[in-house]
Design a protein around this ligand. Structure first.
Ligand code: OGA
Ligand code: NI
Length: 342
């Protein structure tokens, strides 16, 4: 391990355990219409007790998924100098990147990011006084030539599923099905193709360090290698999520936690790596427009304390992005920083 960059080494308390606990009882929700009468209560239980769940019979054609997974493999197999032709940088956050940090430690991964809608508009900086906005533009590599088309097709499928889940979450909170839809006008959804190469120090490093997803929902496609771990709410143990073929993993994000005034909680998770097998995954982040101010919904807090002050999604997003790029001296931005004290 002589030549491994110390930037990858996790603090002792965050290193993966050698004895893996395989998940039991992680909710698996069958979204087929035959089961429709159970969807709302299953989503309510899963979101309350776990903060994440898996869905099957979700309506996303397996062909779309197979195509994007195939194209992602081809892209990451290119020589580094080829991938770096579409490198992201501080001006354009989209494209290829291999030096991302989570909580100031480098992740053992490489990614390719693209936005789902064009244009996607976000603030230039996290500074609240800086009102300047910018339009994000996707950078598509020359190889593999089909990448753009398969990504765009997959993105449309992800949006469909995301709105279906959003409607069910809304119903499960006792709200009208479309209660959240307005927030997703000019949404800032994005997709990451992720590659976790085999790692010579899997006991010291992580593919992605512990974190909570800052958006509304994440829809994750993971391959059959495994490595995703979630922090169980009951005892704080790290639990391995066993891959289910063709299923998607759904994470309740921080925004749903704030909207629901902590009825639903976004859950901490991380990705472990191994020394033998590379792993691929594709998260879709379902996010509101940058102009949206996130705060607990009035209907859910009548007569009760609102647990969060309103925060602007665009600024939050911008602050998080910066911390993934640069090592900071402070903890990165969390919704707990907007928590109203007792
Ligand atoms: C993420 C994430 C998990 C994975 O991108 O936020 O947690 O399996 N990904 O790649
Ligand atoms: Ni995540």
């Amino acid at each position: 391990m002589g030549e491994v960059d110390p930037a990858f080494i996790q603090d002792t308390q965050h290193r993966p355990k050698l004895a893996v606990i395989e998940a039991e009882g992680i909710p698996l929700i069958d979204l087929s219409s035959a089961n429709a009468s159970n969807h709302v209560s299953q989503i309510a239980d899963a979101s309350k007790n776990w903060g994440f769940f898996q869905v099957i019979n979700h309506g996303v054609p397996s062909e779309s998924r197979r195509k994007i997974e195939g194209a992602a493999r081809k892209f990451f197999a290119l020589p580094l100098e080829e991938k770096r032709k579409v490198s992201r940088d501080e001006v354009n956050p989209l494209g290829y990147f291999d030096s991302e940090l989570t909580k100031n430690v480098r992740d053992w991964k490489e990614v390719f990011d693209f936005v789902v809608s064009t244009p996607t508009v976000i603030p230039v900086s996290p500074d609240p006084d800086d009102k300047e906005l910018k339009e994000l533009t996707n950078q598509w590599p020359q190889y593999p030539p089909e990448l753009r088309e398969v990504c765009e097709e997959y993105a449309r499928e992800m949006e469909k599923l995301a709105f279906k889940l959003l409607g069910l979450i809304s119903l499960s909170l006792g709200l009208p099905e479309n209660r959240f839809n307005l927030f997703f006008e000019e949404s800032t959804n994005f997709i990451r193709l992720k590659h976790y190469p085999p790692c010579p120090i899997p006991h010291l490093a992580l593919g992605v360090g512990r974190h909570k997803d800052g958006g509304a929902l994440t829809i994750l496609a993971q391959d059959d290698v495994g490595g995703l771990e979630v922090k169980r709410k009951t005892d704080g143990e790290w639990i391995r999520v066993k891959p289910t073929p063709d299923a998607y993993i759904i994470n309740v994000g921080d925004i749903i936690q704030a909207w629901s005034n902590d009825t639903y909680e976004s859950v901490e998770h991380r990705v472990t790596v191994n020394s033998e097998r590379e792993r691929f995954s594709i998260p879709f982040s379902f996010n509101p427009g940058q102009h949206v101010w996130v705060k607990p919904l009035e209907e859910l807090t009548k007569g009760e304390k609102q647990n969060y002050r309103a925060y602007n999604w665009g600024k939050f997003f911008s602050a998080r992005r910066r911390s993934n790029f640069k090592k900071l001296d402070v903890e990165n931005l969390q919704i707990s920083h907007f928590k109203v004290s007792e």
